[in-house]
Design a binder for this molecule. Structure first.
Ligand code: 5AD
Ligand code: SF4
Length: 443
């Protein structure tokens, strides 16, 4: 007996993923659809018949990376033919520019067409395809994702963003906020628990806004329900918006040991005036107050943030307020960026008046200060024992394992082969500003 003819039967696929965890999760979903249509993983871009690039457009630099990868793929295509698809945020906003005859792009696929990727890829063997229309409701995937990790699973709880921060392109690429039904979220979490997943990472652009479409259950309640599913030992989530960290959320975190004592709370700027121009919806003082409340409930909470320097009109004094906020808050880690204007955003209409060399100097100052803060913090961890989920091997030395602690920091350690996928105790033996190293203790 022969089975049905699958549109991508035997096609070898590979992904290149830029950007955030949301994109990583989307790649896993897209791979699920490709495999359901008969495609198989190629192992590398060089040996693939179909390469899908999942793109990010949050900063100008992210977008530039796509265009240099496309250049590389065009020269590879001269050696052997394969299909190139572009998904993600750049696909959504630059759809008209991408498939020009010379780009090497065979199809462009928007977020709302992901379930049709197999059909679109198959069709694009005959003609270039662009499919990027938008919708307003959350749609469940009928096929399971192909998850990269068998231990740590992403679970989407919402899509899109309604905040329209003045600099940010996300509301234009990922569209309006859409919440996934609570029942579907819990079903996916239970499925992961049954498969032995150790950690659940709830994903959304703005998780604090979550409301179950039917019952109105909020994010704090959702978090408690997810944590009550037996099996996984850690639950974490991102991203939270600082304008809206309700007391119920802080309390749910504080009273539930399974919810990791870790929070990514993007500050962006330490200046109230800049925050106002960014349309962030909070002041420096309110942010600091939120941090105080969280830390009074959870003194061991590890905070991280995103910082933008060189926003239009940012004066030296305003910039220094970002530095002083960093000194006051003492984050466990930050991601810092030079402002770049993005199409469609409100700030794109402002003059990008901070010269590139000033932006670079401010970025360097932020990073130097944070380096000192992290070095001092890491030194306090020397000799301490941290619970670590072993998730892979160190990139530099395959004999060394890599794990993450409850604060989501990477910890490299020596350990036995069978430690992968387990929670292990690691004594921190040496630290750098960006790294923690240790040895595994046997129980
Ligand atoms: N310029 C620089 N950084 C930006 N980010 C978002 N938009 C821009 C932009 N136009 C940063 C913010 C956000 C992170 C994901 O990317 O800090 O939190
Ligand atoms: Fe962008 Fe602001 Fe939405 Fe975050 S909250 S995705 S920064 S618009």
């Amino acid at each position: 007996m022969t089975g049905p003819v699958l549109p991508l039967g035997g096609v070898r696929y590979a992904f290149h993923t830029f950007g955030c965890q949301m994109n990583e999760n989307d790649t896993e979903r897209l791979a699920g659809y490709l495999e359901a249509a008969g495609a198989v993983p190629a192992g590398s871009i060089e040996s693939a018949d179909l390469v899908v690039i999942n793109t990010c457009s949050v900063r100008a630099k992210s977008e530039e990376k796509l265009f240099s990868l496309l250049g590389r793929l065009r020269s590879l295509k001269k050696k052997h033919p394969f299909l190139v698809g572009v998904a993600g945020c750049v696909a959504q906003v630059r759809k008209d520019r991408l498939p020009e005859p010379k780009s090497g792009v065979d199809f462009v696929i928007g977020f709302d067409q992901y379930h049709r990727i197999a059909e679109i890829a198959a069709e694009s063997r005959h003609r270039k395809m662009i499919e990027t229309s938008r919708r307003r409701i959350f749609r469940e995937d009928p096929v399971p994702p192909v998850r990269e990790s068998p231990w740590s699973g992403y679970v989407t709880i919402m899509e899109g963003c309604d905040n329209f921060c003045a600099y940010c392109i996300v509301p234009f690429t990922r569209g309006r906020e859409r919440f996934r039904p609570l029942s579907a979220i819990l079903e996916e979490v239970r499925g992961l628990a049954a498969k032995g997943f150790r950690e659940i990472q709830l994903l959304g652009q703005n998780v604090n806004n979550y409301r179950d479409p039917k019952t109105g259950t909020d994010f704090a309640a959702l978090l408690s329900l997810v944590a009550a599913v037996p099996g996984p030992e850690w639950v974490r989530f991102l991203t939270s918006h600082p304008k809206n960290v309700p007391p119920a959320l802080a309390e749910a975190m504080a009273r539930t040991p399974k919810i990791c004592r870790q929070l990514h709370l993007p500050l962006q700027s330490g200046s109230t005036a800049v925050l106002e121009r960014m349309k962030r919806g909070y002041t420096r003082e309110r942010y600091l107050e939120t941090v105080r409340t969280l830390r009074s409930l959870m003194p061991e909470l590890r905070l991280s943030a995103d910082i933008i320097v060189g926003y239009p009109g940012e004066t030296e004094v305003e910039f220094e307020e970002t530095l002083s906020a960093l000194s006051e808050i003492r984050y466990a880690g930050i991601f810092s960026f030079c402002y770049s204007p993005r199409p469609l955003t409100a700030a794109a209409g402002l003059v990008d008046d901070i010269p590139p060399e000033v932006k670079r100097r401010r970025l360097a100052a932020v990073q130097a200060l944070q380096k000192d803060i992290q070095t001092a913090f890491h030194q306090t961890l020397l000799g301490k024992v941290e619970k670590v989920l072993a998730v892979g091997r160190s990139k530099k030395d395959p004999a060394v394992f890599a794990g993450r602690n409850e604060g989501n920091q990477v910890v490299n350690f020596q350990g036995p082969e069978d430690c992968l996928g387990r929670f292990v105790d690691v004594e921190i033996t040496s630290v750098g500003p960006y790294s923690l190293r240790g040895r595994m203790l046997t129980r």
